[in-house]
Structures are given as structure tokens and as C-alpha cells.
Design a protein around this ligand. Structure first.
Ligand SMILES: Nc1ncnc2c1ncn2[C@@H]1O[C@H](COP(=O)(O)OP(=O)(O)OP(=O)(O)O)[C@@H](O)[C@H]1O
Length: 245
């Protein structure tokens, strides 16, 4: 039995009278690539913002890497990496200069050796001195992953990682996510509204509908449980309808 990397217990967040996330409980074993699916406004970003300690829950708790997001937020931050949907860089600085900045922010004393390792792993050879402003959107997303894993986290959170990428960029990023999981052993939690993302990249899925978790299972079991369905998209809509309060 694998340890749980992420455990949510009745995690909830309201914005005034609006319930954004309601009573979400789920356990994600270490080593998974978990995809949190849902339409716009389902509560995906709010969930990730709570798990990454950017936003306090209204009630409930979550444990990430064995530490509570409420009682031990600083420890959680040191254990996780995060690629937000719109990551910002200094376009006038080079790739290495940007990563040196982020490395210092994460408290790395001598970031250069680690930056070199991460850039090699992410296949950035030859781009060290290139200014970020000249990078494609796909390359920028991979720089975002580089900054997120500089401090060697155990768990990586990605918010809509392939959003706005061209097909080649999507393929490369998917391969990168799978390599991070298989070769570096990272547990990955990613938000997506793209169903194809889940079947091609993730090992397990959760589906949020209006802030409530209406389904959680492995991708293989989900597909096996609905043999007559043509696609995960139909399964998604069926589950979503069943889960509508
Ligand atoms: N700062 C905020 N203030 C008020 N309401 C908010 C705030 N952030 C999110 N919400 C509301 O909470 C609900 C969930 O939003 P959230 O951004 O988490 O959904 P999402 O699934 O990530 O959607 P998207 O795919 O559009 O990013 C929505 O009704 C949204 O309007």
C-alpha cells in the first residue's frame, strides 16, 4: 500500500455567499498523476490555491506530503512545486538569470548546479543565454516547470498546464509531465478541463461539479466501468449530471 501524498478532508471554501468548493474529501497515493476535471467555475483553481497554501480554507483541511496546509503551511510550501495558469517571467533576462532569481526566492544557496541539472532534464540545452521574451508559449511553460521543480519538491501542482499551447507544445508538455512522474518520482496534481489530457497523461481522476467532487477513480477503472460509453467525455457528462445537486 503506497503512502498518501495528498489527503483532502471535507475541504471547503466560500467567497461570501458563494460556495466555490464544498466538502471535498479524497486521498491521492504517492506516485499518481491525478487530474482534477471540471468546467469553468467548478472550483479547480480554488482547490489548488488551497492545497498550495495561497488561499485558506473556510473549513476542512488537507495534508500534503504529511503536513497540514493549515497547521504547517510553511512545511507544505517547501515540499511542493506549483505552475500557475499564467506564470510570469522577466522577459529581458535570460533563461538562466530567470531561474537564478526563482532559485534564490526558494532559498537555494547555490542554485547553479541544480539549474544545470533541471535544464538538462527538461532538454533546454543551448538555450541558457536566450532571453525569455523570445521563447514560445510551450517553452515558457517548460521554464515554468523548471522553476517549480528547482527545489526538488515531492509534489507538483499544475493549473491547466497545456492551455493555449499548439499541438506540438501540448505533446511535449505531456511527455515532460509523465517523465517528471516516472523518472523523478513526483506526484502530480493537475487541473484541466480537457478530457483528452486525463486519458493521455493521468493515472487517476477526480471530477468537480459546482464545487463538489462527483467522481474519483483510476482512469482505467473509470473507462472499464462505462464499457458502453464511447469516450471519457460522455462519461464525464453522465457523471456530472448524476452529481448535480
Ligand atoms: N476571489 C474570488 N472571489 C469571489 N469568487 C470567486 C473568487 N475566486 C473564485 N470565485 C468563484 O468560485 C467559483 C470557483 O472558481 P474557480 O476559479 O475555482 O473555478 P475553476 O474550476 O478553476 O474555473 P476556471 O476553469 O474558469 O479557472 C466560481 O463561482 C468563481 O466565480
Amino acid at each position: 500500500m503506497r503512502d498518501s501524498a495528498i489527503v483532502l478532508t471535507r475541504l471547503s471554501r466560500r467567497f461570501g455567499a458563494t460556495p466555490a468548493v464544498t466538502d471535498v474529501s479524497v486521498e491521492i497515493p504517492a506516485g499518481e498523476i491525478f487530474g482534477l476535471l471540471g468546467h469553468n467555475g467548478a472550483g479547480k483553481t480554488t482547490t489548488v490555491n488551497m492545497l498550495t497554501t495561497l488561499l485558506p480554507p473556510t473549513s476542512g483541511d488537507a495534508v500534503v506530503g504529511g503536513k497540514s496546509i493549515i497547521a504547517d503551511a510553511a512545511a507544505v510550501r517547501s515540499l511542493i512545486g506549483y505552475l500557475p495558469e499564467n506564470v510570469q517571467f522577466y522577459d529581458n533576462l535570460t533563461l538562466v538569470e530567470n531561474l537564478q532569481f526563482f532559485g534564490r526566492l526558494s532559498g537555494l544557496r547555490r542554485p547553479d548546479a541544480r539549474i544545470a541539472d533541471v535544464l538538462r532534464f527538461l532538454d533546454f540545452t543551448g538555450h541558457d543565454s536566450q532571453r525569455l521574451g523570445t521563447f514560445s508559449k510551450g517553452m515558457r511553460q517548460r521554464v515554468g516547470i523548471a522553476q517549480a521543480i528547482l527545489h526538488a519538491p515531492a509534489v507538483l501542482f499544475l493549473d491547466e498546464p497545456t492551455s493555449g499551447l499548439d499541438p506540438e507544445g501540448v505533446r511535449t508538455l505531456r511527455e515532460t509531465i509523465v517523465r517528471l512522474n516516472k523518472e523523478l518520482g513526483l506526484t502530480v496534481f493537475m487541473n484541466t478541463h480537457l478530457l483528452s489530457e486525463v486519458t493521455r497523461t493521468c493515472t487517476s481522476i477526480g471530477i468537480l461539479n459546482q464545487g463538489r467532487l462527483v467522481h474519483h477513480d483510476t482512469v482505467a477503472s473509470t473507462l472499464a466501468a462505462y464499457p458502453e460509453e464511447q469516450s471519457l467525455e460522455e462519461i464525464f457528462f453522465q457523471l456530472e449530471r448524476a452529481g448535480t445537486p
